[in-house]
Write a protein that binds this ligand. Structure first.
Ligand SMILES: Cc1cc2nc3c(=O)[nH]c(=O)nc-3n(C[C@H](O)[C@H](O)[C@H](O)COP(=O)(O)O)c2cc1C
Length: 251
């Protein structure tokens, strides 16, 4: 069969995407200061739905207050956000696209003005950001690692309750999970650091836990591929992570 971007795709759970055009997550900065959906957010996603794409991803949404990066970022950190998120999924579905929600903890890139709490990260190393000098995060304890797993899984549950078809873990662009993957920001000597196996342990655990808890929702992971910095992530390491995430078994 000849396949092009217009060819529908049937996922393993039976869901059909009407074509293979995907709108990637893009922060619209339209949420209110509590991370709640506004009429501008709905209008934005209504318009993206009208693009006729098969899948529309909703922008990076924080899973916990400590992982918020911008004042008007969308929140998925409490059940109070579910009704608004449900409205977004609904406007996307109205144009017969399927809907995805991207989840993030921005880790050492959080805005402490907004979070009013210390930065969290794998190690006490400031995230390299061009033209900026972010503060140094506090290395996370084992309890805090467990909290990240719980926050991501709970936020995925909110995506399920809000009728999203897809949930995406944002593990790229230097945000929290990327900081765990990268040898530049993860210098831990415990099982969550060291080789790529250790550095990806948190991401793989979160993915496994979401699949086990919410098997009905499709899961994707946005990976950085490489850091583009000396001593950073390599394509081979990322290939190892992809193989271990084993996406073809699920989608
Ligand atoms: C305004 C804006 C906001 C973005 N917000 C996000 C985001 O929330 N999550 C994300 O993974 N990528 C985000 N991106 C990156 C885009 O998803 C996309 O990768 C980028 O625009 C490059 O597009 P291309 O991959 O088609 O070249 C954003 C990009 C722009 C321009």
């Amino acid at each position: 069969m000849f396949i092009n971007r217009h060819t529908p795709y049937r996922f393993k759970n039976g869901l059909i995407m009407k074509n293979r055009v995907i709108v990637p997550p893009m922060a619209s900065q339209t949420a209110d200061e509590g991370g709640f959906v506004t009429t501008r957010t709905l209008e934005h996603y209504r318009r993206l739905g009208r693009s006729n794409a098969g899948l529309v991803f909703v922008e990076y949404s924080y899973i916990h207050q400590t992982g918020k990066g911008e004042a008007h970022q969308l929140g998925a950190d409490s059940d109070a956000h579910i009704p608004g998120l449900k409205q977004i999924a609904s406007v996307i579905h109205q144009s017969s696209a399927i809907a995805g929600l991207q989840l993030v903890h921005v880790g050492g890139k959080a805005s402490t003005d907004l979070t009013r709490s210390p930065l969290m990260g794998p190690s006490a190393i400031a995230v390299p950001v061009k033209g900026q000098e972010p503060e140094t995060p506090r290395p996370m304890t084992e309890d805090q690692i467990q909290s990240w797993i719980e926050w991501f899984v709970k936020a995925a549950g909110r995506a399920v309750s809000a009728d999203f078809d897809f949930v995406e873990l944002h593990s790229a662009h230097g945000y929290g999970l990327n900081q765990w993957l990268s040898p530049l920001t993860n210098k831990r000597t415990d099982p969550f650091g060291g080789s790529i196996e250790g550095r990806s342990r948190l991401l793989l655990r979160i993915a496994a836990e979401i699949r086990a808890t919410y098997p009905s929702i499709l899961l994707s992971v946005r990976l950085p591929a490489q850091d583009h910095l000396d001593g950073g992530l390599t394509v081979d390491e990322m290939a190892w992570v992809v193989l271990n995430l084993n996406p073809l078994a699920w989608i």
